[in-house]
Design a protein around this ligand. Structure first.
Ligand SMILES: *Cc1c(COP(=O)(O)O)cnc(C)c1O
Length: 460
C-alpha cells in the first residue's frame, strides 16, 4: 500500500461465498431456547409457525461455514463488498499515534448493515412459499432494509414501528411505503398485545419488545403463508452479518495491519457480531489476540448492568425465552435518539462469549456520543447514524488512551449506518437542548423480579 492510502476496496469477485457460524467454535454450548408458555425447550414445530425451515436450521446449526445462495450474492453485489477506510483526518485531529480504520456499511441502499440479513431472510422465505412477512422496527432501519428485500422477492410486508420513532422519523416510514410496505405505529389496536399496552398507558412511547410482540402475534395467528422476520438477536441474523468481518479481514490484510481492537455498537448485537465474529475465530483458532469491544448507551446498558438469565424476547411474553443479558422484558428505555439500541436483551451467542470473557463491553452517554459523531462528520465527511456513533465514541476513546500511553494501537470499528434520516437528533444536539439519561442503579436490583421462573429441569 502507499503511505497515504485511505480506502481499501475489494472487487465484486472478492464477495464472500460463505457466512461464518461462530457456534462451531464457541467454547460454550448454547443454552436451550424455551417455549414462552410451557417453558420447556422449543421444538422446530413451534418455531416453524414463525420462520421457514431453512432459517430454523441455520439457527441451531454448528456447521462452521454456510454457503451464501447465488441469488443472495447477486443482490449483495448492489453494495458489497463495502469499503474499509482509514480515518487519517480523524487520527490527525486527535493527534494520536493510533491507526483508526472503519468498515462502512452505510453504503447499502437502506443505509445500514441490516440489508445483509434482510435479503437472506426474504430469499429463504420466498423459497419456502411464504407470501407475506411481519416485523417490528425501532428507528426504521430494519423496516427500510426488509421492505427493499421483500420488494425484490415479491413478498408483502407489515411493519410495526415503535411509536416514538414513527413520530420522530416520518421519512423512514415513507421510504418503507415507497418500497410497498404497510407501516403501523406500535402499540396498535390490531393485536391483543397492542390493545393491552394502550389500555395501561395510552401515551406509551412504545418499545421494541412490544413491537416484536405485535408482529409475532400477527404471524402466529395467521395462516402459514405469513411469517415473522427479526432484524437482530437471532443466530441466523448474526450469521448473515459475518460478510462484514470476512471482508474486513481481507481489507486489513491489504492495509498491511491487523486490529488490536475491534469495536461495534450493540442493540441486539448483529452489526457488532458481524464484524467481530470472524476476528473471534482468528482468536480462538489461530491464536490472534484482538480485543473485541461492544458499545452500548448508558440509557439501555444491557451488557454492563443487566443480568445473565433466561428471559422473554419480547414484552408481551409471546416470543421464545432465551438465555441472555437482559434488563427485564418489560423494561421501557428512555426515548434516546439511538432507537436501534433500545432493546432490553442481547443476542444469546454474543452474551455467552461476553460471559466467558471473550468480549468486553462499555456504556457511553448520549451527549458524548454526539460530540464524537460531530467530530467524525467534520473530519471524515460522513454523518453517522446515532447508533453507529456509539462505536465512534469508543474508538476515539481507544485512540486517546493510546495517545496517553504513547502507543501505536490499530483500531477497527464498524460504521453500521449513515444518519441522513436522523437530522432532528443532530439539530437538537447543535441547539444545546440534548438531554442525557442513564439507567438508574436501583433498577438493577429489581430486574430479577421481572424474569420468568425457569425450572432447572427444563434446562439440560
Ligand atoms: C439496527 C441498527 C443498530 C443496532 O442493531 P444491532 O443488531 O445491534 O446491530 C446499529 N446501527 C445501525 C445503523 C442500525 O440500523
Amino acid at each position: 500500500m502507499s503511505d497515504d492510502q485511505v480506502r481499501f476496496s475489494l472487487n465484486e469477485t472478492d464477495l464472500p461465498r460463505f457466512w461464518y457460524n461462530v457456534n462451531a467454535d464457541n467454547p460454550v454450548a448454547p443454552a436451550p431456547v424455551l417455549h414462552p408458555g410451557t417453558k420447556e425447550p422449543v421444538t422446530p414445530d413451534f418455531l416453524s409457525v414463525l420462520f421457514p425451515m431453512e432459517l430454523i436450521q441455520q439457527e441451531i446449526s454448528t456447521e462452521r461455514y454456510i454457503e451464501i445462495p447465488e441469488e443472495v450474492r447477486e443482490i449483495y453485489k448492489l453494495w458489497r463488498p463495502t469499503p474499509l477506510m482509514r480515518a487519517r483526518r480523524l487520527e490527525k485531529a486527535l493527534g494520536t499515534p493510533a491507526h483508526i480504520y472503519y468498515k462502512y456499511e452505510g453504503v447499502s441502499p437502506s443505509g445500514s448493515h441490516k440489508s445483509n440479513t434482510a435479503v437472506a431472510q426474504a430469499y429463504y422465505n420466498k423459497m419456502a412459499g411464504t407470501k407475506a412477512l411481519t416485523t417490528e422496527t425501532g428507528a426504521g432501519q430494519w423496516g427500510s432494509a426488509l421492505s427493499m428485500a421483500c420488494q425484490f422477492f415479491g413478498l408483502d410486508l407489515e411493519v410495526y414501528m415503535v411509536r416514538v420513532s414513527y413520530n420522530q422519523k416520518p421519512y423512514r416510514r415513507i421510504l418503507m411505503e415507497v418500497n410497498g410496505a404497510q407501516v403501523f405505529a406500535s402499540p396498535t389496536d390490531r393485536t391483543n398485545a397492542g390493545r393491552a399496552a394502550l389500555e395501561q398507558n395510552p401515551d406509551t412511547p412504545g418499545s421494541l419488545g412490544l413491537a416484536i410482540s405485535e408482529a409475532v402475534e400477527v404471524a402466529a395467528m395467521s395462516n402459514n403463508t405469513k411469517k415473522y422476520s427479526l432484524g437482530s438477536v437471532l443466530n441466523h441474523v448474526l450469521l448473515h452479518q459475518t460478510v462484514i468481518g470476512e471482508e474486513a479481514l481481507k481489507q486489513m490484510d491489504m492495509a498491511g495491519e491487523y486490529p488490536d481492537v475491534v469495536v461495534g455498537c450493540v442493540g441486539g448485537g448483529s452489526n457488532f457480531s458481524g464484524l467481530a465474529f470472524p476476528f473471534i475465530r482468528q482468536n480462538l483458532r489461530e491464536g490472534a489476540r484482538t480485543r473485541l469491544l461492544a458499545v452500548e448507551p448508558t440509557a439501555s446498558p444491557t451488557l454492563t448492568k443487566g443480568i445473565y438469565a433466561f428471559d422473554y424476547g419480547d414484552s408481551a411474553r409471546m416470543a421464545p425465552i432465551v438465555k441472555m443479558y437482559t434488563l427485564g422484558h418489560d423494561f421501557v428505555p428512555p426515548a434516546i435518539h439511538a432507537g436501534g439500541l433500545r432493546y432490553h436483551g442481547m443476542a444469546p451467542a454474543l452474551c455467552s462469549l461476553y460471559d466467558a470473557g471473550h468480549i468486553e463491553a462499555v456504556a457511553v452517554k448520549q451527549a458524548d456520543v454526539f460530540d464524537a459523531a460531530v467530530q467524525f462528520t467534520r473530519t471524515e465527511g460522513i454523518l453517522p447514524a446515532p447508533e453507529s456513533a456509539h462505536a465512534i465514541r469508543a474508538a476515539i476513546d481507544e485512540a486517546l488512551a493510546a495517545k496517553a500511553l504513547g502507543e501505536k494501537r490499530v483500531i477497527l470499528f464498524n460504521l453500521s449506518g449513515h444518519g441522513h434520516f436522523d437530522l432532528t437528533a443532530y439539530q437538537e444536539y447543535l441547539s444545546g437542548s440534548m438531554t442525557d439519561s442513564s439507567y438508574p442503579d436501583e433498577a438493577v436490583q429489581n430486574i430479577k423480579d421481572h424474569l420468568p421462573e425457569i425450572s432447572l429441569d427444563a434446562v439440560p
